[in-house]
Design a binder for this molecule. Sequence first.
Ligand code: SF4
Ligand code: SF4
Length: 92
Amino acid sequence: MYNVAQVIDDKCTAKKGCRLCIMYCPEANCLDLNSAKMVAEVTIDRCKGCELCVVVCNAAKHEAIVMQAVSATGQLMSKKGESAALGQAYQG
Ligand code: SF4
Ligand code: SF4
């Protein structure tokens, strides 16, 4: 299991022109604009879990990216955007 970044679509301000996470992600072809939905989108199997995108998104006060656990088979272990519940489970 490992963690990858996931964008919460409702919070992403890409439609207003934000591209911060896309510019700062160090991995090629990992974080890109989904031009159909006009939100940033992470390609799970490219993400290295460095959280740089979370830092820049939070610094801009958008808070639209969360880290989420992925199974060994590359599937998100909770629904996209459900990191809070997952974090609480870890605390136990
Ligand atoms: S930095 Fe945050 S708000 Fe900006 S495009 Fe990326 S996910 Fe969206
Ligand atoms: S966690 Fe790192 S590698 Fe993954 S999308 Fe964010 S900046 Fe890119």
